[in-house]
Each structure stands twice: as C-alpha cells, then as structure tokens.
Design a protein around this ligand. Structure first.
Ligand SMILES: [Zn+2]
Length: 212
C-alpha cells in the first residue's frame, strides 16, 4: 500500500495525507540541501518543501511548506481576526469572492479591536488612518478590499473576483496585519529584551557594592 504521510496543506489549511511526487537533492560538496514536491490527497494541489543540513526529519511532511506559504497569521494578530482570515483561506481557491467577503469581516474585526469610530467600514477605516493606526497608503489597500468585497457580496456574481484578485488581496491584507500588529509586537519584544539585558548588566555591576 502506498505510504502517504500526513502533513499541513497550505491550500486546504489543515493536515492531509501527502503523496510524494518527486524529490530533488541539490547537495554539493559544501552544502546539503534539496526539496520535495508532493500532492495533497485532499485537494490534489502541489506543495513544495525545501530542506537543508539544519533540518532533521523522518517524514518529509514534518518540514514546513515552502510553497505556497502557509495561510497563517502571526499570533500577535487577535484571534478573532486570525479566525476570519483562516476561514477565508479555506475557501480561497474554491471561491475567491467568498475569500474577499471573509477578508472584509477580518477588517471589521480589526476595526472593532482598534475601537474605530464610524457607522460603516469605510468611515471606520478612515478613522483608523486619521488616528495613525493604519498608514495612509494602506487605507487605499483597505479601500480596494472594501470595493471588491462589496462587489462580491452584493451582486452575487462569482466571476467578479478572480483568483488573481484574491491573491493580491491576500498579500495586501497580510501587509496590513504586519503593520498594525506584527511589527509593533516585534518592537515591544525587542525593547523588553534590551531592558532585561540592561538590568542584568546593572545587577552584575552592582554586586561588589552590596558587600558593605
Ligand atoms: Zn490540500
């Protein structure tokens, strides 16, 4: 019987059996590396996983997919937003317009989290831009997402949103999340580490003085 180990599929956004299609060992005398191409047995889409000498694994499915990049947001993004996004990713390939609708809901969740003032998404986003929570350039992004979402939510024409539109919206939405949540979180982490390091240094220096 064919052995199809279970691994995360970024297309389905959940674990599924993966059939190995091909493997490439690109190792040279100096560098060990290569990649695997597999087929998800649920959605039949291809997945690429790269490895190098730092990776230890028994099954190739233990490696994180290199392509497509996993549909996950950083944990610094509030769970309500992440949930909407992941729901969207589950339907992105089958229905780009449903994906855009769910991205719109994720934007609404961001507005709620940031206590945006306004009666609809457009005014709320403008409010966030005025308060400097989202940058001016990303207000346009949010605006595009809103327009596409309205188009797909209101006239029911599935074809209005193409797979390419969904892909662009995906990338822009992720950029917005990086700006609003991920970068500030990284900065807080970095500052906390510096404060800790400084206080450890201070404690070491202070020690000799404690003797008296
Ligand atoms: Zn799949």
């Amino acid at each position: 019987m064919e052995h199809n180990p279970v691994g995360y599929c970024p297309h389905c956004n959940h674990p599924s059996p993966q059939r190995m299609v091909d493997e490439f060992d690109l190792s040279t005398r100096d560098v060990q590396c290569g990649f695997y191409v597999s087929e998800c047995q649920t959605c039949k889409a291809p997945i690429v996983r790269a490895w190098d000498e730092g990776d230890q694994f028994e099954e190739f499915t233990e490696l994180n997919p290199t392509w497509p990049s996993p549909a996950r947001l950083d944990f610094s993004v509030p769970s309500r937003i992440r949930r909407r996004y992941e729901e969207g990713c589950n339907v992105k390939n089958a229905s780009p317009s449903s994906f855009v609708v769910l991205i719109g809901k994720a934007l609404e969740a961001m507005c709620t989290d940031k206590e945006a003032a306004g009666k609809d998404l457009a005014t709320k986003l403008r409010n966030l831009a005025e308060r400097g929570i989202i940058p001016e350039v990303l207000t346009d992004v949010s605006h595009e997402i809103r327009l596409l979402r309205n188009a797909s939510a209101h006239d029911g024409e599935e074809d209005d949103v193409t797979a390419a539109d969904a892909e662009s919206i995906d990338q822009l939405f992720r950029a917005l999340m990086e700006y609003v949540y991920v970068a500030p979180d990284l900065l807080r982490d970095f500052q906390a580490k510096r404060v800790n390091a400084a206080s450890r240094k201070g404690a070491r220096k202070a020690k000799p003085g404690i003797v008296s």
